[in-house]
Design a protein around this ligand. Structure first.
Ligand code: SF4
Length: 375
């Protein structure tokens, strides 16, 4: 099994907090699509069949015309075999949604929609400089259901300075009222080279308050679990049968091919990433060369990644997996550190290894870094 990720590097508007690779120069969508189709043909032997998941991410995939999405799906089917029960997700912004588009996406195999809602509060959307309105979010959800796309996920951003607990709870209640089966919740982070970073430095807006964020995190966890969702990864919640297969496969270390500028690929021993520049990407592909850098993953890096990912997941890390994949020294190292966190009440034993306690989940990345193997 394997997955394909397609990076669509275009957006209508730059959100203030965003550090993903994207451009607002949408006049290059056509040459980009042609290059992407060519990259797919060049990379047709990167993965072993069948393909279990396809994920259109970005950027804003919903900015693409139906014809271009269809051309990409056609090219994937030409070069790879799709598994019988494949999952195909498309990230969409609410302002792009209409019934015609949804029906067309569904007819070509898109069976999961990830909606970039971020908040149902107008002031929060404005603060983030999002392109859509609250009304468009409600409409997008209703239209998706009307088109028969029931496998819906929504993204929320929490911890923005003016978002009150009451507003956050109201957003979670809205999710409940629509019966949304999957939610991804991200704490607002301040990345360098973003408008948000600059505005904070210039003291035009206040900085992020981590206590406010951890309160929001606790509200979200409690509320979504009450809605019957599993908190299956630190930022992800799903009703039974609705976990994202694509992301779950990333976390299990299953190979994937990333296509488009800035996209990463992974085949267990190596990771490679395409150039994060649309013009250079298009130009290089027109010369028959995929412009990427590659790194071989040393065992310590593979171990550190395993710890980082597994501690973010509900099941935690498995001692047998560590022994099988990395050997006895790595296992002893993990057990020693785990004992320390267990004493502090931040880790608990499971039948197969260790997982974070509820209280420690907000600090998952920091705790995982204490397990890192440094050569
Ligand atoms: S729509 Fe998404 S990718 Fe585009 S600028 Fe906003 S957050 Fe970034």
């Amino acid at each position: 099994m394997a997955g394909i990720y397609i990076h669509i590097p275009f957006c209508r508007k730059a959100c203030h907090y965003c550090n993903f690779h994207f451009s607002t120069q949408t006049q290059y969508i056509e040459p980009f699509t042609n290059a992407l189709l060519e990259e797919l043909a060049i990379q047709k032997d990167y993965l072993k069949n069948p393909i279990e998941t396809i994920y259109f991410g970005g950027g804003t995939p919903s900015i693409m015309s139906q014809q271009n999405i269809e051309r990409i799906m056609g090219q994937i089917s030409k070069h790879y075999n799709l598994a019988d029960s494949f999952e195909c997700t498309l990230e969409a912004n609410p302002d792009d949604i209409n019934l015609e588009k949804l029906s067309a996406w569904k007819s070509i195999g898109i069976n999961r929609l990830s909606l970039g809602i971020q908040s149902f509060q107008a002031n929060a959307l404005e603060w983030m400089n999002r392109a859509h309105s609250v009304e468009q979010s409600h409409q997008a959800i209703q239209l998706a259901y009307r088109a028969g796309i029931m496998n819906l996920s929504v993204d929320l951003i929490y911890g923005t300075p003016h978002l009150t607990d009451k507003e956050l709870i109201s957003d979670l209640d809205t999710i409940k009222s629509y019966g949304i089966p999957h939610v991804s919740c991200y704490a607002l982070t301040v990345e360098e080279k973003t408008a948000l970073h600059k505005m904070i430095q210039l003291k035009k807006i206040e900085n992020i308050d981590t206590t406010h964020q951890s309160n929001h995190f606790n509200i979200i966890v409690e509320n979504l679990q009450e809605q019957g969702m599993d908190h299956y990864e630190i930022s992800n919640f799903a009703k039974p049968g609705h976990r994202s297969k694509h992301n779950s496969n990333y976390w299990k270390g299953i190979p994937y091919l990333g296509l488009g500028p800035s996209a990463h690929s992974f085949n267990t021993d190596t990771r490679q990433w395409n150039i994060a520049n649309n013009q250079l990407y298009i130009q290089s592909i027109s010369n028959g060369i995929v412009p990427f850098e590659i790194e071989r993953l040393p065992i310590a890096t593979q171990f550190n990644e395993y710890m980082m990912i597994s501690l973010r997941c509900m099941e935690g890390f498995s001692t047998q997996t560590i022994l099988d994949r990395f050997g006895i020294n790595f296992l002893n190292h993990s057990l020693l550190i785990a004992a320390n966190f267990e004493t502090k009440g931040q880790l608990i034993k499971t039948a197969t290894g260790f997982t974070l306690t509820k209280e420690a989940k907000f600090f998952a990345d920091g705790i995982a870094s204490d397990f890192f193997w440094i050569d």
